[in-house]
Design a protein around this ligand. Structure first.
Ligand SMILES: C[S@@+](CC[C@H](N)C(=O)[O-])C[C@H]1O[C@@H](n2cnc3c(N)ncnc32)[C@H](O)[C@@H]1O
Length: 381
């Protein structure tokens, strides 16, 4: 077991970091002014391109709560020297160095006597292990669709933004972690991912990012006009999402939502979903949270008797799902994926379709009548 933690990658200020290092047709590593290394686009990349499909270097499943040093240790001993080298080469955020681990590491080293020959060896071992834990905490990503927190050779180089341009997901069908662009990216632009749930107000984002040692400086976080607009929108997205969860009966995610703002019927729920979609698009939040909002809109359209509208929203959901996740979504149980939901809508019995068509016409008529009424009222004022 190698004990030396190096940071061998050449970091020439402002320039690229020996591009051949990552052997990627679209991406290169560069040093940023304030965030260490980052991944950058070498050329224009269209939306929906799979940038990465990586197997984790290491996955740690904690028995209880956050990953402990001993949880990590159990996985570290399984790595080959080459894998350890890749791991040691990753950045560690100094804010995540935890000297308090020392006693635990010393106990462990005493127990596994082979790691230390004398006092100097012990001190060196402790320093290295504190650093290894900091490397893990700096780079670990909680996996979607699989238990555990993982480190990746390349994805771990992606910096955070509260308005990311990629979406990352663990895909059990492929057995790999994929990263797709969620909008067009220009040559030289940095690839930015989201470390946390970004559809929430800045206080919550700040608190969650601090756990990863990050103080975000993106326009949605820094004081200014852009911040004020963004803050209002994200707060509303957060509240409206909680309304939808409450309407769905998901009390956990609906936490503390006041009863008077919970939709009372599918029309009101649809109204909220429309609002979430509008706000997400305005904020440039184009990941799977947008797919979820389209699904809500589709579902509530159906419940309101508007089958065609439900299908149109399902189509939108499928588009978002495709550019975020790719085609391989069979691992999502139907109707969790957009294809399964669309099939359900398509398979509706013909008699239901007639019923829905009639209902849809009635609803459209009613909507027009209400619009006219509102228009007259506005003119009178
Ligand atoms: C997963 S690593 C990202 C790659 C890293 N920059 C490197 O040099 O290898 C996470 C670390 O990058 C830095 N970082 C990432 N996003 C940041 C942001 N938005 N603002 C400031 N620092 C950031 C922080 O030091 C954080 O602990």
């Amino acid at each position: 077991m190698a004990l030396v933690v190096r940071n061998s990658r050449a970091r020439n200020q402002g320039g690229t970091v020996d591009e051949s290092d990552i052997h990627h047709p679209l991406l290169e590593l560069r040093l940023t002014p304030d965030r260490g290394l980052g991944l950058f686009a070498k050329k224009i990349i269209k939306r929906g391109v799979r940038l990465l499909s990586e197997t984790p270097l290491l996955v740690v499943v904690s028995k209880k709560g956050p990953v402990s040093y001993l949880d990590l240790r159990q996985e570290l001993v399984k790595l080959s020297p080459a894998q350890l080298e890749t791991l040691y080469d990753l950045q560690h955020n100094p804010k995540l160095l935890r000297p308090k681990l020392e006693a635990q590491i010393r106990d462990y080293a005493e127990f596994a006597r082979k790691f230390v020959k004398d006092d100097a060896g012990m001190d060196h071992f402790v320093d290295c292990q504190i650093k290894v834990k900091a490397i893990f905490d700096t780079n670990a990503t909680a996996l979607r669709n699989k238990p555990g927190t993982a480190i990746f050779p390349l994805y771990s180089r992606a910096n955070h933004s509260c308005t990311p341009n990629v979406y990352a997901n663990y895909n059990p069908q492929l057995g790999s972690h994929t990263v797709h662009t969620i909008r067009d990216i220009h040559a030289g632009e940095e690839i930015l991912t989201a470390y946390i749930d970004i559809a929430q107000a800045s206080d919550e984002r700040e608190e969650n990012l601090a756990k990863r040692g990050v103080t975000c400086q993106c326009p949605a976080c820094l004081p200014g006009d852009a911040f004020v607009t963004s803050e209002r929108r994200r707060q509303r997205i957060f509240d409206f999402k909680r309304c939808s969860y409450a309407y769905e009966g998901d009390q956990v995610r609906a936490s503390d939502v006041p009863a008077y703002i919970i939709p009372r019927n599918p029309i009101e729920a649809l109204d909220r979903a429309h609002e979430i979609i509008k706000l997400l698009l305005q904020e440039g939040l184009l990941g799977m949270e947008l797919a979820q909002a389209y699904r809500w809109a589709s579902k509530y359209s159906l419940q309101s008797g508007m089958l065609e509208k439900a299908k149109a929203f399902a189509q939108k959901e499928a588009e978002v799902e495709l550019y975020c996740l790719g085609k391989e979504t069979g691992y999502m149980s139907e109707p969790s994926n957009a294809a399964g939901w669309t099939k359900q809508l398509e398979d509706m019995a013909d008699k239901d379709k007639v019923k829905f068509k009639m209902c849809e016409k009635r609803m459209m008529k009613e909507a027009k009548r209400l619009d006219k009424k509102a228009e007259k009222k506005a003119k009178k004022r």
